[in-house]
Design a protein around this ligand. Structure first.
Ligand code: MN
Length: 288
């Protein structure tokens, strides 16, 4: 199933013939009162609601995907987690380019196990239709194309072997960043610097998430091209390692690292990302 959020917070299922509006499913969610529970309630109930979602989609008239505006398929994550330098070729380019890796020469682009995972502010999250609004025009804002992994149920101290059973699905992610000397979480948390879309694809439609070809073009020119099988730290380990530090909650997003070819975008550019078995999304860049 491909689940999306579109236009004015409509919920949809994407099929070959277009987007089927299933917004009525929200009536099946328990009403919430203050204090709001952490995590995304729709993602938390995905498994339970899926049969009814499919039934609603069967009776909804499809709208072409080009005719809707896609928002982030996850509305309320409690965390956006980032995995640093997770493709060997990107580590090599980061070592060579001091703008990418601003650590001292001895610690530049250290292995993931030494750096740990990082966090991006959830307020940075947008969908592809909202675009990226760059700040600090005198500094580099770079694109990082990544596989986005979305957690489906609470995971704490889970093993590598069971880790992927906690996954609700996958989406295309853009871990945007302004390069510079400040803490990475600061530079990667600018409003709109976390893009997720165009929809969430459930694991049954993904097959092996560790074998997905992907690419990113800027204005039609190919910049990043790789395959998720080239990750240094695999997906189960990222989930289990993260869950050994903090509980992962439904809707939490892991941006699983980028491949080589990162580079600058400026207002007016369009980034086009494609992931095998997920789809394609276009993201426009403008000045904030
Ligand atoms: Mn990244």
């Amino acid at each position: 199933m491909k689940l999306c959020r579109f236009n004015d917070n409509r919920i949809g299922i994407v099929r070959a013939d277009g987007v089927h509006d299933i917004t009525g499913i929200l009536e099946d969610l328990a009403p919430v009162r203050y204090p709001l529970p952490l995590g995304d309630p729709l993602i938390a109930n995905l498994e339970r609601l899926r049969p009814r979602m499919e039934k609603l989609a069967d009776s909804a008239k499809p709208v072409p995907v080009d005719a809707v505006k896609f928002l982030s398929p996850v509305a309320n994550p409690s965390k956006i987690i980032g995995t640093p330098v997770n493709y060997h070729a990107h580590r090599l380019e980061a070592d060579k380019d001091k703008d990418i890796s601003v650590y001292s020469p001895s610690t530049r682009a250290r292995p993931i196990e030494e750096q740990g995972l990082f966090l991006k502010a959830v307020s940075a999250l947008v969908g592809p239709s909202e675009g990226v609004a760059t700040r600090f025009p005198d500094r580099r804002t770079d694109h990082e194309a990544e596989l986005g992994l979305v957690i489906g149920r609470r995971a704490s101290n889970v093993s590598d072997a069971e880790a992927l059973s906690y996954v609700a699905g996958y989406a295309i992610a853009l871990d945007m960043v302004v390069r510079g000397p400040e803490d990475r979480s600061f530079r990667k948390s600018i409003d709109s610097y976390a893009v997720l879309g165009p929809w969430l694809v459930t694991p049954d439609e993904i097959g092996d998430p560790a074998n997905l070809a992907f690419s990113l073009k800027v204005n039609g020119e190919i910049k990043q091209k790789s395959n998720t099988r080239l990750m240094v730290m695999n997906l189960p380990r990222q989930v289990s390692w993260a869950s050994s530090f903090y509980a992962l909650l439904p809707g939490d997003i892991i941006m699983t690292g980028t491949c080589e070819g990162v580079g600058r975008v400026v207002p007016g550019d369009t980034m086009s990302l494609e992931f095998e078995r997920i789809g394609r999304m276009d993201v426009k860049v403008r000045a904030a």
